[in-house]
Design a protein around this ligand. Sequence first.
Ligand SMILES: Cc1ncc(C[n+]2csc(CCOP(=O)(O)OP(=O)(O)O)c2C)c(N)n1
Length: 384
Amino acid sequence: MIRPSFFYDTLKGFGIDFYAGVPDSLLKNLCAYITDHADERHNIIAANEGGAMGLAVGHYLATGQIPVVFMQNSGEGNIINPLASLTDPDVYNIPVLLVIGWRGMPGVHDEPQHVKQGKITTGLLNIMGIDYTVLSKEEDKAEEQIKRAVDYMQRTNECYAIVIEKDTFDTYTLQNVEKNDLTLSREEAIQIVAAAMGENDVCVSTTGMISRELFEYRTATNQGHERDFLTVGSMGHASQIALGIALAQPDRRVWCFDGDGATIMHMGGMAIVASKQPKNYIHAVFNNGAHDSVGGQPTVGLHIDISAIAKAVGYKKSITICNKDELERELSIINSRFSTFDGPFLLEIQVKKGNRNNLGRPTISPIENKEALIKILQGVKKKL
Ligand SMILES: Cc1ncc(C[n+]2csc(CCOP(=O)(O)OP(=O)(O)O)c2C)c(N)n1
């Protein structure tokens, strides 16, 4: 295995010390090391991977130094446009070192949302004309690969990708953990909100543990899963899926269970929700100030005022809640006779980081999930 310190120091030896990206569980130990060792101007957790490319290009323009953009392979979709129209030799010809966690690598079992992306990870690089290597798990070989990557980028001014397999980086535990006094857990908050949903309501939940915790709650309480669309991939788009449903079915309440990382990733979606004024739309953002599902790296979630943003873009009502009593009170107001269809609402629920160690994963497939929801929404039995 490679020590995160080795990777970081080797790049530093080549004058590479600027990092921007969105974290990934395969890069968890590396990201933790960078967080503890780079200052805030040299390590930026970006809103999304495309934004990280922008930051990297800005750094290159200002310093002439090659920057690093790190991401899960799911983030490749978000960098296609900057790769094609910003860094490409046909446009500005700017070198960025891409460090890409390879979830769903063929031959390695992974969750459904990673299977397709895993198959096309290197193919996408090929089609974009990005040279790449899969990082060796032996430090001396890895050092050679990094040297070749840097030579290539210096010679051509083109981007280069280092693809990271599972279990490449050795353990490193983040030291710099931001403390706060939040007491409500995300899982408990999810259970309270899910319990407040009416029987005809549906929910679109976001990528990661939020959907997993919602799934387990339904199982534990002997409810079906058919009213929940568990957006296992496509991070940041749950609010728009929920909006699509809410506009098509104005007589049904639609909830979006979002994370702070996901909300921030495509925050513009909030403005579109508000612009349509869907009275039946309730946006619950479980804000733990972290990308908890992939290792707990910080987001700016607890440093910005999400409910003020919702208000500013035109949600009818928005509120920030940080404890159980307030949450229950607010939900009973939402459910009261007069305000049931008085959205769009945004509930920012501030929760502490962390999850149960034995948290499971959905036991139904995405196709089964989709078909069951369609049956609820369209009232017809679709073939599974
Ligand atoms: C485009 C994209 N980038 C990165 C990921 C990896 N990823 C999965 S869940 C997650 C963190 C989600 O954070 P947040 O929405 O705050 O929810 P939390 O896990 O903290 O509950 C990330 C980065 C992804 N699935 N898709």
